[in-house]
Design a protein around this ligand. Sequence first.
Ligand code: MG
Length: 274
Amino acid sequence: MRFASCRVGERRFAAVVEGGEVRPLAGIAELGADTDADLLADPPVEDGTAHALEDVEMLPAVPRPGKIICLGLNYHAHVEETRRDLPTYPVLFTKFAESLVGPYAPIVKPPESSEVDYEAELAVVIGRAARRVAPEHALEFVAGYAVANDVTVRDYQYKTHQWLQGKSWSDSTPLGPFLVTPDEVGDPGKLDITLDLNGERMQSSSTGLLIFDVPTIVSTLSEFVTLEPGDVILTGTPGGVGYRRDPQVFLQPGDRVRVEISGVGAIENEVVAE
Ligand code: MG
């Protein structure tokens, strides 16, 4: 099944997406902590209300995750282009919920930066509290998957060896369009992932090339923190980011960026100046 967080007028609601329609879940304002895997398996669909997909504003699939944990350097081709050593433990950083935008909303380029870059990524949404889970059981704790663009402000990322300020600008990170449940996605290690900038293919890879795969990521994170329903994990980007190209490519107002993952969906966003 496919779920989304939506707005129509003043009303925000979580919804199940069926064909071209969204049907609100009764009493649930958004996907997140209140929509664990058990609820999504038997969603409380509101009687009698449906909206055409094109009539609703799509919000970030999970608008306010309790945690957003991200991996850096998790595809071989990206590690090679950064000329770093292969990690033996996932490189981890966080984003704030304020950095999220909807799947078709503008990416806001801040005036302080001239080096805003794109990163196509598979997002994992947690569906059950997970602590010290073994890799072989880790996928049981996943509610679903979404598409993300880990938009990065490079000139701020590299001000220090901690990346927070370059990764957590407000209104930078599209997430969506849907939370797609695992039964529909299948093996998260067999998904094609691409990014097009103004129609030109800039990134193309497969989640089969992740250095740390989804079960390993969930298991590793759950060793040191309890992952909760609605938490979001960004699994890292393939090679081809703008900063490592020659010449370098950075996002400019008016650019359109599209990220697609097979079986999960596509997000497309215009870059606008703040
Ligand atoms: Mg990234």
